[in-house]
Design a binder for this molecule. Structure first.
Ligand code: C5P
Length: 219
């Protein structure tokens, strides 16, 4: 029997990362942050100065890059032996990730890596297409979202807490642009799976979201 998967999909900044990590911890399941795979690839593309439209060149990097994830106090990621943890959350990394994520061959090249996270006793998979493309047979699927304004506000707070300079209206524009790109692309667009449960977290504190997700799984 394949290990069970809880697929949590939704737009940037809906709280998927925090919720998925905490739910995985509570269940004792593995955790896949699929966005960090796209982000790591974006870092490699930026480092090698490859054009974001060079599909074949990016596929080659996707196939050969050595990615390692370690979960200690948070997620630590190394790319070809170098620690890239701090670069992962930069806005340029996220924007480049969303540009290369439109390329179908790039998405296909990253499938195997994502499937390798499915191990006993189970996996919480966080992304855009976990329930539709990567793990369509997942027994549990949730589509987590929040208004663009709320998501920009949350991102702004996170950045300020980290001591990173941020501009709220610029963040809102970036989020709207990234939503548009993620939803309108032909390859695996951000769509709610037909069998997913919809959860709007705009007015929900994170503890309530986690309680609701656990309730849905135990149903
Ligand atoms: O979730 P995160 O913001 O880290 O993802 C960065 C970008 O990677 C997203 O904007 C999206 O374009 C892309 N992505 C994707 N499919 C996933 C995860 C992320 O296309 N499963």
């Amino acid at each position: 029997m394949l290990p069970p998967v809880l697929a949590i999909d939704g737009p940037s900044g809906a709280g998927k990362g925090t919720v998925s990590r905490l739910v995985a911890k509570k269940l004792g399941w593995h955790y896949l942050d699929s966005g960090s795979i796209y982000r790591a690839l974006a870092i490699a593309v930026l480092q090698k100065a490859i054009d974001v439209a060079d599909e074949a060149g990016i596929v080659e990097i996707a196939r050969t890059m050595e990615l390692a994830f370690a979960c200690a106090d948070g997620l630590a990621v190394t790319l070809d032996g170098n620690d890239i943890t701090h670069q992962l959350s930069l806005e340029t990394t996220g924007n480049t990730a969303s540009m290369i994520a439109v390329l179908p061959a790039v998405r296909a090249a990253l499938l195997e890596k994502q499937h390798s996270f499915r191990r006993m006793p189970g996996l919480v998979a966080d992304g855009r297409d976990m329930g539709t493309v990567v793990f369509p047979d997942a027994p549990h699927k949730i589509f987590l979202t929040a208004s663009a304004e709320k998501r920009a506000e949350r991102r702004y707070k996170q950045l300020i807490e980290k001591g990173v300079d941020a501009n709220l209206s610029r963040l809102l524009l970036d989020i709207q642009e990234r939503d548009r790109r993620d939803s309108e692309r032909a390859a695996a667009p951000l769509l709610m799976a037909a069998d997913a449960v919809f959860l709007d977290t705009s007015e929900m504190p994170v503890e309530s979201v986690i309680a609701e997700v656990l309730r849905l799984i135990n149903k």
